[in-house]
Design a protein around this ligand. Structure first.
Ligand SMILES: NC(=O)C1=CN([C@@H]2O[C@H](COP(=O)(O)OP(=O)(O)OC[C@H]3O[C@@H](n4cnc5c(N)ncnc54)[C@H](O)[C@@H]3O)[C@@H](O)[C@H]2O)C=CC1
Ligand SMILES: O=C(O)C(=O)[C@H](O)COP(=O)(O)O
Length: 450
């Protein structure tokens, strides 16, 4: 985009909303492509002349101080002072920082926050522990998922979302969104290729609620074991498919509980060596219980879409329980519904319009709340807010979780069962399956296993 300033808008004339050129509605200065930003001083001058054009009270004849230019230069990729910034969005943030420093050097009363008050952030309204954190630094709007539309995000700089907001061309095209933070582990609701091509930084919250999902798995497995008329003979063989943040806690707790654990993760086996891992065929051949913890992928060397299908179920001679707290479509739900074994399901195909036959037969059936612990939500919010801080140069201080993200150690079945009873959530969903979204939106966040 060109550097030429458009006509200023009224907001730019007041000192309170003085934006030092960051007023995105009025100017294009911040959109100068970063290949055009050859030197930091050029950027600062563009910024200041832009600010001048908007009626800002800077003295544009006073060029930035040497120190300011150095500070800005240090933010330029490849600069020996430290390549802290790598892309256009970060260069934008450096402009704010530099302009703030320059203003202070002139004795201008603008604080750094005045330069960023025009940044507009849309926050999905069910993200907890965030209200009030960003308001000192940005214009924040809390919207329900259904209100996060293309029209609503057109003038937003950043979106903070959950899995319910699909972020793709239909939402983002023509918007000025440059940062998306999802306070979730999964990213399958975001078109990552599209965002990469458009220079939109996408940040998720890896592992944030992994201990909560592990709690759901082992509590559900405990319920299943508890209702068996005849106890399982010998150590139970638990196949864990996907051994990342969630699967590794599930596997560790499985070993602590005395199960024989099979770990299946071909991408990790390829990268790290096959020791400690088995193939999916081995999981199928040997497991009594299989639990899935992969992302949902449809392409690549190891796609996970319908990884558990009618063929998988038919070829698993010992399999008696399938658990899915990953993504619904990792398991073919109609195949599961017609299968003779037991199922424990948190993630369903076509949520919230879930398969009623599968719901009826499921021993444990919950509305995608496996990750809903209060510590998990604290971690998720903290991780996206910290990423937002880095992107825009904010200093918001999110409240941190109490429990470790690695999950409790030396668990017992009694401790797990005392911490969470999935049958209560199952009863609620079975009573009101049409309330799937309402049940999750009003969920009482639970404590993790202590
Ligand atoms: N039900 C819920 O509330 C929640 C569900 N999730 C889901 O759980 C998934 C896993 O979460 P994390 O463990 O944190 O992710 P992660 O990215 O840490 O681990 C995923 C693992 O799956 C492995 N994997 C990929 N393709 C595979 C394949 N074909 N077969 C076997 N393994 C494969 C990867 O190598 C990786 O080690 C998320 O992607 C998300 O979809 C996450 C949090 C909460
Ligand atoms: O983290 C993930 O991935 C999940 O699936 C979440 O637990 C779902 O969280 P919300 O999107 O409902 O906040």
């Amino acid at each position: 985009m060109e550097a030429a300033a458009r006509q200023p808008d009224a907001a730019c004339h007041s000192l309170d909303s003085c934006c030092g050129g960051a007023c995105r509605g009025a100017h294009d200065c911040q959109y100068v492509h970063h290949t055009q930003l050859q030197a930091a001083d050029t950027r600062v001058q563009q910024l200041l002349s832009c600010a001048h054009g908007s009626g800002h009270r800077h003295d544009v004849h006073r060029l930035p101080q040497h120190d300011d230019l150095c500070a800005a230069a240090q933010l330029v990729p490849g600069h020996p002072g430290g390549p802290r910034l790598h892309n256009q969005q970060h260069v934008d943030a450096s402009i704010y920082t530099c302009a703030a420093a320059h203003c202070r050097s002139l004795g201008h009363i603008c604080g750094p926050h005045h330069f960023i008050t025009m940044i507009r952030i849309i926050v999905e309204s069910h993200i907890p522990y965030i209200k009030g954190l960003l308001e000192p630094m940005a214009r924040v709007e809390y919207l329900d998922t259904c209100d996060i539309t293309a029209a609503a995000v057109r003038d937003a700089d950043a979106l903070l979302v959950r899995t319910r907001t699909r972020c793709d061309a239909s939402l983002l095209e023509g918007s000025r969104v440059r940062f998306i933070g999802t306070a979730t582990i999964g990213t399958d609701h975001i078109d990552l290729d599209y965002c990469r091509e458009r220079g939109i930084e996408v940040v998720n919250a890896p592992g944030c609620n992994a201990p909560a999902v592990a709690q759901w798995v082992h509590a559900a497995l405990g319920c299943w074991l508890g209702q068996m008329p005849v106890p399982v003979h010998g150590p139970l063989t638990l196949g864990v498919v996907g051994v990342g943040h969630v699967g590794s806690i599930v596997a560790r707790w499985g070993r602590e509980l005395g199960y024989r654990v099979l770990q299946c993760d071909p991408p990790r086996a390829a990268a790290e060596g096959s020791e400690g891992f088995v193939t999916l065929d081995q999981v199928k051949a040997q497991s009594d219980v299989v639990t899935f913890h992969t992302p949902l992928t449809r392409e690549g060397q190891w796609p996970t879409f319908h990884m558990c299908d009618a063929q998988f179920l038919a070829q698993a001679p010992h399999l008696r329980l399938v658990m899915n707290a990953a993504r619904g479509a990792v398991c073919d739900n109609s195949a599961l519904a017609g299968w003779a074994g037991d199922v424990a399901i948190d993630c369903w195909e076509h949520e919230p319009a879930i398969d009623r036959q599968l719901l009826a037969k499921a021993l444990v059936a919950t509305p995608h709340i496996a990750g809903y612990s209060s510590d998990g939500k604290h971690r998720g919010t903290a991780m996206v807010v910290e990423a937002l801080n880095r992107h825009f140069g904010f200093d918001a201080r999110p409240v941190q979780a109490q429990a470790p993200a690695s999950g409790a150690s030396q668990v017992t079945l009694e401790r797990i069962m005392r911490s969470y009873d999935p049958m209560l959530d199952t009863a609620r969903l079975k009573a009101c399956p049409h309330d799937f979204e309402r049940l999750r939106n009003n969920y009482d966040l639970r404590p993790e296993v202590m």
